[in-house]
Design a protein. Structure first.
Length: 400
C-alpha cells in the first residue's frame, strides 16, 4: 500500500495494489512532488479517515473510494481510476483553500492572457482544450477544474487534459498526429494528452477573459459580446467549491466578472475556432482585440436536447455513477464520462426512486401523488424528459 501526500494538500491518496494507477498519475500530473510512504494494509477506508482518495486493485481492475462519493466505484480501468483520483484531488484543493472558487471550465493562456472557456454539455470544451495543446506557444491551465484563489489569481493544478476517444472524423491529420504523439494514460473511451505546454502545478495568472462556447451547425466562428450579468449566472453554476457563508462566493464571482472581458464563441468548425482565438488574443490589450466582436447572442443558449424516455421501460442507475456532495448541493458524477450533472429537487427525487430498477411510468405515478398541483400528463412528460437526459448522459441504463 502506498500513501501519497502532496504539498499544500491535506490528506493523502492511498493506493493498494494499484501500481497501474500510480504510473498513470505520474504521467498526467505535471509539477506535483508527492511524498510516497509504503504502509501495511488496512482493512477498510475507515482506517484512514484523512484520505483524499483511495484506490484498491483487484485482478487488473480498481475500486475507487472517495469522501465525496456515496458508494465506491468498482471495476474501473487504471485510466478511469486515475481520473477519479484527480477529481478528488481537485475537489479537496478547492475546499481546503479559503475563498477558493473551483470553476468547472477549461483555461488556456494565449499571448499572456488567461482565457477561461466553458459552456453547456457537449459544447466542445474538452475537445477545444485538447486541440489547443497542439499550439506550442499557448499554455493549457486545465480542461476541467480551475481554482481561482482568494487573491483573484487562477491556479494551475498541473493536470493533463482528457480527450474523448475515438477522435471525430472531422479533425485534421495534424491534430490526429499530435494526439498519437502525446497520448498518455488511456482506456477505450478516453485518453490523457500529456503534451509539453501544460502549466505545471502552482502556475498562477490573472483571468483576462471569460468565454461561453456556443457550438452549432454550419456557422462561421464568431465572437459575441456577453453581458456581465449573464457571465455571473454561468460562473455561479460552474462553481464546484463548497459555498462560503452568505453571499461570499457570489460576491467573488461578481468581482471577478467586473474585471474581465466577457464573450461568447459561436462556432461549428474546430480549426476555425482555434484560428479565431489566436487572432483575437494576439493583441497586447484586451480592450482592442485582434478580431471583430459581434453584438450579444440571446441570453439563453438552448440546452442539449435528448429524446424523451419511454415510460414503459424499466431503468436503473449506471454502475459507474455515484453521488458527489458539495455541501447542500448534489451532483451525479460519471467515472468514465468525467462529467457532473447537477440535481435540482425534482431530479433528486427521481434519482432516489432509481435506487432500485423502476419503470418511468411508476416514477410518474409516484410523483403525481406528491405534486398534486400538476396534471398527470405534465408530470409524465417531465419525467420522460428527465429520464431521457439521464439516459443520454449515460447516468441510467435500461433494467434487465
Amino acid at each position: 500500500m502506498q500513501h501519497l501526500t502532496y504539498p499544500g494538500l491535506r490528506g493523502a491518496v492511498v493506493l493498494e495494489n494499484a501500481q497501474g494507477v500510480l504510473e498513470a498519475l505520474d504521467d498526467l500530473m505535471v509539477g506535483w512532488a508527492p511524498d510516497a510512504v509504503a504502509m501495511s494494509f488496512a482493512d477498510n477506508a475507515a482506517d484512514l479517515p484523512d484520505h483524499v482518495s483511495r484506490v484498491r486493485g483487484r485482478n487488473a481492475r480498481f475500486d475507487l473510494h472517495s469522501p465525496w462519493l456515496s458508494t465506491p466505484l468498482k471495476g474501473l480501468m487504471a485510466a478511469s481510476a486515475a481520473c477519479g483520483v484527480v477529481a478528488d484531488i481537485s475537489q479537496a484543493f478547492c475546499n481546503q483553500h479559503r475563498g477558493c472558487l473551483g470553476l468547472h471550465c477549461g483555461a488556456v493562456q494565449i499571448n499572456g492572457h488567461l482565457i477561461v472557456l466553458t459552456g453547456p454539455a457537449r459544447a466542445g470544451k474538452s475537445t477545444l482544450i485538447a486541440r489547443l495543446t497542439a499550439e506550442p506557444d499557448m499554455t493549457v491551465f486545465c480542461d476541467d477544474i480551475l481554482p481561482v484563489l482568494e487573491d483573484g489569481l487562477a491556479f494551475g493544478l498541473g493536470l493533463a487534459p482528457r480527450l474523448r476517444l475515438p477522435l471525430p472524423d472531422s479533425v485534421t491529420d495534424d491534430f490526429r498526429a499530435h494526439v498519437a504523439a502525446h497520448m498518455g494514460p488511456a482506456d477505450r473511451r478516453y485518453g490523457y494528452l500529456c503534451g509539453p505546454n501544460i502549466a505545471p502545478h502552482g502556475t498562477r495568472a490573472a483571468v483576462g477573459a471569460f468565454i461561453v462556447l456556443a457550438r452549432g451547425t454550419d456557422i462561421p466562428a464568431q465572437l459575441h459580446r456577453m453581458e456581465p450579468t449573464e457571465a455571473v449566472q454561468h460562473l455561479v453554476r460552474q462553481n464546484i467549491s463548497a459555498p462560503g457563508e452568505g453571499t461570499e462566493h457570489f460576491d467573488q464571482v461578481t468581482g471577478m466578472v467586473e474585471g474581465v472581458l466577457c464573450l461568447k464563441l459561436a462556432y461549428s468548425d474546430l480549426e476555425e475556432a482555434v484560428a479565431l482565438l489566436r487572432r483575437a488574443f494576439a493583441t497586447d490589450q484586451l480592450a482592442r482585440l485582434g478580431a471583430p466582436v459581434a453584438p450579444p447572442l440571446p441570453a439563453e443558449i438552448a440546452a442539449v436536447v435528448r429524446p424523451p424516455a419511454d415510460l414503459a421501460q424499466g431503468y436503473k442507475r449506471s454502475p459507474h455513477v455515484a453521488v458527489r456532495a458539495v455541501q447542500d448541493d448534489l451532483f451525479l458524477w460519471h467515472a468514465t464520462e468525467y462529467s457532473y450533472f447537477h440535481l435540482n429537487p425534482v431530479a433528486r427525487a427521481i434519482w432516489s426512486l432509481l435506487e432500485e430498477p423502476i419503470s418511468g411510468q411508476d416514477i410518474a405515478d409516484l410523483l403525481a401523488e406528491v405534486f398534486t398541483d400538476a396534471t398527470p400528463a405534465q408530470i409524465a412528460a417531465d419525467v420522460a424528459n428527465l429520464l431521457g437526459a439521464f439516459e443520454g448522459e449515460s447516468l441510467i441504463v435500461p433494467a434487465d
